[in-house]
Design a protein around this ligand. Structure first.
Ligand SMILES: Nc1ncnc2c1ncn2[C@@H]1O[C@H](COP(=O)(O)OP(=O)(O)OP(=O)(O)O)[C@@H](O)[C@H]1O
Ligand SMILES: [Mg+2]
Length: 450
């Protein structure tokens, strides 16, 4: 999509100077632009004429930007909203991104910021067809898919497709092996950057000073061993996507540097003077709780808010056991092909064990287990005795008190899921066991997405 495909822009702000400033810049790009000084007027105008992009001040006297954003979602889903905000309202920004705002600008901003935003909007006008609920898998690369027909995975797919075409920073959390890197790859694959690099950087694997020169590059002689000028990954992967894995392992010093890159899209090489501009999208993942790390002074709060724009939390495999048969079949097919053996069947007894095992290591543990069975067992049918002993013995029983402490709400959700599993999905029976009526149970099931 070219720049000219942004044809109409509306600027909504109660400050005359801000409005006039944006209008002038947009007008110079040859795009038709209108102005409104409050939310109500803006809605009136949008109801009469479709706009491609709306710059929307979050705080206004008569009807603020959040309310207008709600209206846009309901009545003008093709319009991209760029929120305008003061420096001190990260919560509002996060909220607006959750509600589907395209992006945001923090005052004061410059000509370049507006031009950049229009350019991005032109490239990324989200084809609405893409946001429709997908099938039971989602492409994550030329030869990778994410499988998942369970409700949480379906919601995840919709979210991935929604955020992919934007350049928003994504924070992916989830237990080890839940598919965090796969999700990051899927977002890259569905973005406009998919012909450029996806660069995963494992923050725990590299020595600190190496990490710095690895990312930023260095100039000759800047430290012992720097014999030549070397470009960093940021520069080499310009226009691509960066994936910082296990971000909580970054030192405070590197966190400060990363924050600057995110804010300014600019950096200097180690030992270098000049500033290098790059256009990169940043995604990060962690299986630790960053809020706790902040409380322990191990993670910068300002960086957290910069990263927390689009949070994606991956559910553990045990909370979506409905996905298990498809995952098992998928891994059997892939691994059998890889090691050159026939694809075995899975007996119902073995499948039942796989479905009830708690999978602390999630999908990765499942994948490794299948690989092990396929290599060690030649049988055409996988029977319970072919499964590793620890899996046969450690099937899931409901243990209300794990080491991991959960809130009452989570406990309630898990217990209801457990009872429903035991009753084979029978609501009447489950309600009787739980001592609540059917209607209350249905309500709770809806609330927890069960
Ligand atoms: N829903 C899924 N469908 C298909 N394969 C999956 C799915 N989820 C994870 N996998 C596979 O499981 C393995 C682990 O996934 P991934 O590396 O993305 O997890 P992770 O959350 O980054 O793990 P870790 O915390 O250990 O780094 C990969 O081989 C990945 O392809
Ligand atoms: Mg990972």
């Amino acid at each position: 999509m070219s720049k000219s495909q942004v044809k109409s822009v509306l600027v909504v702000d109660d400050e005359e100077v801000v409005r006039a400033g944006i209008s002038r810049i947009v007008g110079r790009l040859g795009i038709g632009v209108d102005e409104a000084s409050d939310g109500e007027t803006a809605i009136g105008m949008m109801a009469k004429k479709p706009y491609d992009v709306v710059f929307l001040d979050i705080r206004m006297q008569r009807m603020g930007g959040m309310e207008v954003l709600g209206w846009i979602n309901r009545h003008a889903p093709n319009t991209l909203a760029v929120m305008i905000t003061g420096i001190s309202e990260p919560d509002m920004v996060i909220q607006s991104m959750k509600l589907g705002a395209f992006d945001y600008l923090v005052k004061p901003f410059g000509v370049e910021d507006i031009e950049y935003m229009i350019e991005r909007a032109a490239a990324g006008v989200i084809p609405m067809a893409v946001a429709k609920p997908p099938g039971d898998f989602l492409q994550a690369g030329p030869d990778r898919v994410i499988l998942g027909s369970s409700l949480p995975m379906q919601k995840l797919f919709t979210r991935i497709l929604k955020v992919a075409p934007t350049d928003s920073t994504v924070l992916i959390t989830g237990e080890s092996g839940t598919g965090k890197e796969l999700v990051a790859r899927a977002i890259h694959w569905h973005s406009n950057r998919n012909e450029r690099e996806f660069v995963p950087v494992d923050c725990s694997a590299l020595v600190e000073n190496l990490l710095e020169s690895e990312l930023f590059g260095h100039v000759k002689g800047s430290f012992t061993g720097a014999f030549i000028n070397k470009k960093g990954l940021f520069e080499l992967a310009n226009n691509g996507t960066f994936f910082f894995d296990e971000i909580s392992n970054l030192s405070m010093e590197m966190q400060a540097k990363l924050l600057r890159v995110i804010q300014e899209r600019e950096f200097s090489q180690v030992g270098g003077q000049s500033r290098i501009k790059v256009d990169i999208r940043i995604m990060v993942a962690t299986n630790r709780d960053l809020k706790t790390a902040i409380a322990q002074n191990k993670f910068r709060e300002d960086l957290f808010y910069r990263l927390h724009v689009i949070p994606i939390d991956l559910p553990p495999l045990r909370e979506r056991s409905g996905d298990l048969p498809a995952l098992v079949a998928h891994f059997i097919r892939r691994i059998a092909r890889k090691i050159g053996r026939e694809e075995p069947q899975v007996s119902s007894g073995a499948m039942e064990i796989l479905e009830t095992y708690p999978w602390q290591g999630n999908v990765r543990e499942l994948e490794n287990t299948i690989e092990r069975v396929l290599i060690l067992e030649d049988s055409d049918v996988i029977l319970p005795e072919h499964l590793p002993q620890e899996i046969r013995q450690n099937t899931r029983e409901f243990t209300p008190f794990h080491d991991k402490l959960v809130c009452l709400k989570d406990l309630e959700c898990q217990y209801i899921a457990h009872v429903l599993e035991k009753t084979g999905g029978g609501i009447q029976k489950a309600a009787a066991i739980l001592g609540i009526n059917r209607k209350t149970l249905s309500m709770k099931m809806k609330k927890y997405g069960l």
